[in-house]
Design a protein around this ligand. Sequence first.
Ligand code: FEO
Length: 134
Amino acid sequence: MTLLAWDESLETRIPHIDAQHRKLISLINDLDQAVQDGTGGLLVSYVLQELIRYVKDHFEDEEQLMLRRRFPDLTAHRKEHDLFASRLNEIHTTFQDGDALSSNILDFLKDWLVNHIRRTDQAYAAFIQGTAKA
Ligand code: FEO
């Protein structure tokens, strides 16, 4: 399975947000690795819970930033966050019920994060930096 790699397209140029995105990528890679290693459910469960906790903190930070800077598309952005957080909780519940984390789920997490950063996060970052296209 391919691990996520950081590249320039993911840079928002907002240092604490980029640091948080790097951490999210690292947690998803840790999750992937834990599943591949097959070392048992405890580690997978631990990383999944870390991911859920960190996602929640990151989304709150970002939403506060957008609110402070009066980003006009905050509601739509928050909706994407809420849907992803719900999906993560469902994944966690399914995992606790004994289902393994499939490669489809890992692909979903990777694709969602990369697409969200490249499209949705970059839109507010451009607005904040005054580089948004009119
Ligand atoms: Fe960086 Fe909107 O999540």
